[in-house]
Design a binder for this molecule. Structure first.
Ligand code: CTP
Length: 472
């Protein structure tokens, strides 16, 4: 099949092809760029593999451009990168890799295009577009990647055991791509993840967290978290979340499955906000439910008393473990977990202003995110209950704006003080000062004059004249 080269790519592809000819090497565009272009996803990173020296090819491409772009060389990896027309183009020599069991760092040798395609993670990521004269624009697809793009399948090019033990991060990548692209993981590949899951321990926490973040930033992260749970990876990388799964039944009373509830809340939040940290908060909002769970014999029901503050206390350990930021982002997540039950308790009519005010104070600038989380937390399938809860939140929101408005008015001071009035007319404290002040305040509140010093001064003079006062 021929790759449909777009006009904006033509120049870049031609330039690389020409430079490759000069260096007498074969060159190919490979990996994520080819995949994303075929899927119609926006992409700006081009990976070029050449059968030879990638750094030399990059220098040659740079030489042919004016002004000559800077070539950033990573000698240790044998790669070089340059920027051109908003694209980031990375060059590398084709390689063959062999891995030892306890490391992600492979022994690397020069190889052919085929070797390079063999060492890649998924068939859809192993597609190459030729930039060589004899077959320019042809897609080289040794593992049926094109068919798998069409059929929406994630599959390793080689035996899954080999691909995953070579680089266990790929297990997370498989699930991340499945979630991002809406693809299915081919059963043997998924089985490979189950078998090799414990190899994830050789991967750094940062890289694991990056994949989790990419899953969280998709429109429906539940897809990824269900897959992570089903293959057993979640139990290893985020055991606290995996522990939410399960239903306990005593005396015929079962509580809901908090894992599936959490995932529903997470998907709901994703419809309301793109904030990564609000999404983390949704994932962790009930994290202490397993630890706080009790069965109350008298009432015959389950309770999770204190799970909000216990949960907030668990957040730092989870963040530290995944090397997530421990500053404002973590504090935000803690605050959301701690406060996620507060709004529901304030939806009743008899709630006092001070209770509403205290919530506003505790949530501070994050009140809107907290309300988004709380609305997302309603997962009842009963439409009557659903609208009752939502109405409760609408009522609370009204109360919050009323209290805010009242407080704003109470704290508001007109721009002219009593002292200015006394100084202007040369009078002592007394009834006239009060009358003028009130008149100015009312005029501003009624919108008759602007809320600024000059307008208020003008009105003060007029009000003073009515009382027979003269400006000194
Ligand atoms: N690759 C791999 N194994 C990895 C990481 C990457 O085989 N653990 C290969 C794949 O062929 C991939 C290419 O290197 O397509 C580029 O990797 P990268 O830029 O990390 O990912 P992309 O596939 O481009 O996708 P994304 O940017 O979404 O991570």
């Amino acid at each position: 099949m021929i790759f449909n080269i777009q006009p904006h790519e033509r120049t870049v592809f031609d330039l690389i092809a020409q430079a490759a000819r000069q260096c007498q090497v074969e060159a190919y565009v490979v990996g994520g760029y080819v995949r994303d272009r075929l899927l119609g996803r926006p992409t700006k990173d081009i990976d070029v593999v050449c059968v030879g020296d990638g750094i030399q090819l990059a220098e040659m491409v740079a030489n042919s451009l004016s002004p000559r772009p800077k070539v950033v060389v990573y000698r240790r990896f044998g790669t070089a990168m340059l920027r051109f027309e908003g694209l980031e183009i990375e060059f590398v020599g084709a390689r063959r890799e062999s891995y030892s069991p306890d490391s992600r760092k492979p022994a690397v040798e020069q190889g052919s295009l085929e070797d390079d395609q063999n060492r890649r993670d998924f068939t859809i990521n192993a597609l190459a577009v030729s930039l060589n004269e004899h077959n320019f624009g042809h897609i080289i697809d040794p593992f049926n990647g094109l068919a798998h793009l069409e059929d929406k399948i994630i599959k390793t090019p080689l035996d899954p055991g080999k691909t995953f033990s070579d680089d266990p991060l790929r297990m997370m990548r498989a699930i991340r791509f499945a979630t991002q692209l809406g693809f299915d993981i081919e059963p043997r590949t998924f089985d490979g993840i189950k078998r090799f899951k414990s190899r994830i321990h050789i991967i750094s926490k940062e890289r694991i967290a990056t994949e989790l973040e990419k899953i969280l930033l998709t429109p429906r992260p539940s897809v990824g978290f269900n897959l992570l749970f089903d293959c057993g990876l979640l139990q290893l990388i985020l055991p606290e979340v995996a522990l939410l799964q399960g239903v306990e039944d005593r005396e015929g009373r079962a509580h809901k499955d908090n894992f599936y509830h959490t995932l529903e809340v997470l998907d709901n939040v994703c419809r309301k906000s793109n904030s990564l940290w609000l999404r983390w908060a949704a994932l962790l909002h009930d994290i202490a439910k397993p630890a706080s769970k009790r069965f109350n014999k008298e009432s015959g029901g389950w309770t999770f008393h204190g799970h909000e503050w216990m949960g907030a206390k668990m957040v730092p350990k989870i963040f530290r473990n995944l090397r997530l930021p421990l500053g404002a982002e973590m504090e935000f997540v803690q605050k959301m977990v701690l406060l996620h039950l507060r709004p529901i308790s304030l939806t009743k009519e008899e709630v006092t202003d001070s209770a509403v005010r205290r919530l506003l104070f505790d949530a501070g600038p994050d009140i809107e995110d907290l309300m988004r989380l709380c609305e997302s937390d309603i997962t009842t399938k009963n439409p009557r209950k659903m609208s009752r809860y939502l109405e409760g939140y609408e009522y609370l929101k009204e109360r919050m704006s009323e209290v805010t408005e009242a407080d704003r008015l109470r704290l508001w001071q007109p721009p002219i003080t009593g002292q200015v009035i006394m100084d202007t007319f040369g009078i002592e404290p007394g009834r006239d000062v009060g009358i003028i002040k009130t008149a100015i305040r009312e005029a501003i509140l009624d919108g008759e004059i602007g809320n600024d010093y000059d307008s208020a001064f003008q009105r003060m003079v007029e009000e003073g004249e009515k009382l027979g006062l003269v400006v000194k």
